[in-house]
Design a protein around this ligand. Structure first.
Ligand code: DC
Length: 227
């Protein structure tokens, strides 16, 4: 690795398997930038909903992509997501956005623009980036690729608990349905579907604590990058 080569850790996997929790822990530990690519697709979904844009209206979508800047900033040790200076960190986690985001993320013009931005991050900083196509499309040469997974039941339980803690009223059954719908759309879309990169390391965290998972992946990073 040359001095100017950036460290890129790609974490892909299904919805609600704990990618962002792990990515944040790692980014804090190594002082790397954390890039939550799902948040980027959620921001576009929010904008499409707020502006009542049809997914078939390619001109309006191009305008929207051109006119809006999505970025991340750490405030009080928590990473916040912004659209043109507006803090949308919590808004993009609402069930309304979650219900539509997979459909939005399947639109090729949107993916093209998001991938462009994501690749720029990789030239500027050492990064931990999570998503669905990071190891396969965004950074096929990433120094370490993790494919994170957990059983559908465990993922639904975890997501349900998270929403309850945020006082969002929803049944466990609806959470499970949303996850399964998103998994299906994300894995079967034509443009860069979710799949494990051939050289990704699979980490199934169904029976691991967050601490155990963190230690395991830290070991993989230290080995991969000699740090
Ligand atoms: O990780 P998340 O649940 O916040 O992601 C939201 C949606 O965005 C998810 O349904 C899949 C999509 N997504 C994607 O297609 N590609 C990425 N790199 C990240 C997320």
């Amino acid at each position: 690795m040359t001095e100017t080569t950036k460290i890129i850790v790609a974490i892909d996997g299904h919805s609600s398997c704990g990618k962002s929790t792990l990515a944040k822990q790692l980014a804090d530990n190594y002082d790397f930038l954390y890039v939550d690519t799902g948040a980027m697709y959620r921001c576009i979904t929010l904008l499409i909903q707020e502006n009542n844009i049809s997914l078939d209206d390619s001109e309006e979508i191009d305008q929207l992509l051109f006119n809006n800047k999505i970025y991340f900033k750490k405030v009080d040790k928590r990473q916040h997501t912004y659209i043109n200076g507006r803090d949308v960190t919590d808004l993009i986690r609402s069930p309304k956005v979650s219900d539509w985001v997979s459909e939005v993320a399947a639109v090729s013009s949107i993916r093209k623009k998001m991938v462009e931005q994501q690749r720029i991050y990789g030239t500027e900083d050492n990064i931990i980036m999570d998503g669905r196509d990071i190891g396969t499309v965004v950074f096929p040469n990433a120094g370490l690729k993790i494919f994170l997974t957990a059983s559908p039941e465990i993922r639904a339980q975890r997501r349900y608990k998270e929403l309850l803690e945020k006082n969002i009223q929803i049944s466990l059954e609806d959470v499970a349905k949303n996850l399964s719908k998103r998994d299906h759309i994300d894995s079967t879309r034509e443009d860069s579907p979710l799949k494990k990169a051939d050289d990704a390391v699979v980490v199934d965290n169904s029976t691991l604590t967050q601490e155990e998972q963190f230690e395991m992946v830290k070991g993989l990073i230290n080995d991969a990058f000699g740090i």
